[in-house]
Design a binder for this molecule. Structure first.
Ligand SMILES: [Zn+2]
Length: 363
């Protein structure tokens, strides 16, 4: 389903290069080219530069050919590889043909309407995926609310992600590119990665000059070189940090969502052993996290919650109800603090679709 290319032996640093889009998803379009082709070419060139200059780095590509890969699968590849850095490559579009330049996003909510437009476009690819509603838990790339509801998973890597992003932007600027700065918004592809990560909008295909630049081999090489230089700076920065102080902390391995590796697993573990009678029970799910949260975590907003594990995520729930209406009442109450919370149903320890649960309950 996806390509998994590994080059060179691991020297302790793994980078994932993620050329955006692919296959049936062409990304944005220039007058004479497609985003998916441009970013693949840049990604391959970037990989070559890293391989030849830093042969100890393990390089993994989410794709090396023109294939379609789901957004969450890209994060799964990176998490499974326990990567140290995730670089997603894209090209931008604007209705104003004069707009040009490069910017680098990290995950965050520092939103502007312009960022939002970019995030919407890059996230819209999930509409091409089957079952995207289940897979992304109701996330609708076109709904502003979906973005507001977003809960952070990347908090721990924020500083490093921004560091990398600013090093890349610095190199773009030195190459004479227009620096559209480091930005933050909700990009699904970054959301589930468990490492520093950034999404680079390498330039505008809607600008004639920039399209020519990004289409040309020389332009692609320069973009790849700028990113490579940012990468080299970032690595040097990490090495300085780890030798100068013991402050460089990687999360505990058990908190690493490498278990995500089994995306189709439907195995569910439940922690709460509260005795509930046989039959259907309902709970209100308030959020999902790629790592186990402490009870004082600000993500829980002071709410006491149980959790279960599913597909590599810790999913937090409130309450146990035997009637849907009671659970739904709780959901309404919680929605002030957790706007995207929803009711989940269980039968004999197994999660079941909510509609089937309601039908069964009404019998
Ligand atoms: Zn894109």
């Amino acid at each position: 389903m996806f390509q998994f290319s590994v080059s060179a032996a691991s020297g302790g640093f793994t980078v994932v290069i993620d050329p955006g889009h692919g296959g049936k998803d062409s990304g944005t379009k220039g007058a004479t080219c497609l985003e998916k082709d441009i970013v693949l070419a840049i990604g391959l060139k970037l990989g070559e530069l890293i391989a030849s200059n830093q042969p100890d780095v393990r390089i993994i590509y989410t794709r090396k050919t023109d294939v379609f890969i789901e957004l969450n699968q890209r994060a799964i590849i990176a998490n499974k590889a326990k990567a140290d850095l995730f670089i997603s490559l894209h090209a931008d579009h604007s209705d104003a043909p004069g707009i040009r330049g490069a910017c680098t996003f990290t995950l965050g909510q520092n939103r502007t309407s312009e960022n939002m437009a970019i995030a919407k476009r890059e996230n819209a690819v999930i509409l091409l995926e089957d079952n995207y509603k289940q897979r992304y838990e109701g996330f609708d790339p076109n709904s502003a609310e979906s973005y507001i509801m977003f809960e952070f998973m990347q908090e721990n890597y924020m500083d490093q992600s921004v560091k990398f992003a600013s090093m890349v932007q610095d190199k773009f600027r030195r190459s004479g590119r227009i620096d559209r700065s480091v930005r933050q918004d909700v990009f699904l592809v970054l959301r589930c990665t468990s490492m520093p990560s950034a999404l680079i909008e390498t330039g505008f295909l809607s600008n004639a000059d920039e399209e020519q630049y990004l289409k040309s081999s020389a332009g692609q090489e320069q973009v790849a070189m700028d990113i490579y230089r940012g990468f080299a700076d970032f690595r040097a920065h990490l090495q300085r940090k780890s030798t100068s102080a013991a402050s460089m902390v990687k999360p505990e391995p058990q908190d690493h969502p490498a278990e995500i590796a089994k995306p189709d697993s439907t195995r569910v573990e439940r922690r709460d052993s509260a005795k509930v009678r046989e039959g259907i029970v309902y709970k209100v799910q308030i959020l999902a996290s790629d790592r186990k949260l402490t009870p004082s975590s600000k993500m829980l907003k002071g709410q006491e919650a149980d959790f279960y594990q599913e597909k590599g995520f810790y999913k937090y729930t409130v309450g146990t109800y035997t009637r849907f209406n009671d659970a739904d009442r709780k959901r309404k109450e919680l929605s002030a603090r957790f706007p995207d919370c929803f009711v989940v149903a269980w039968k004999e320890g197994k999660k079941m679709p909510i509609e089937s649960a309601k039908t069964e309950e009404s019998k």
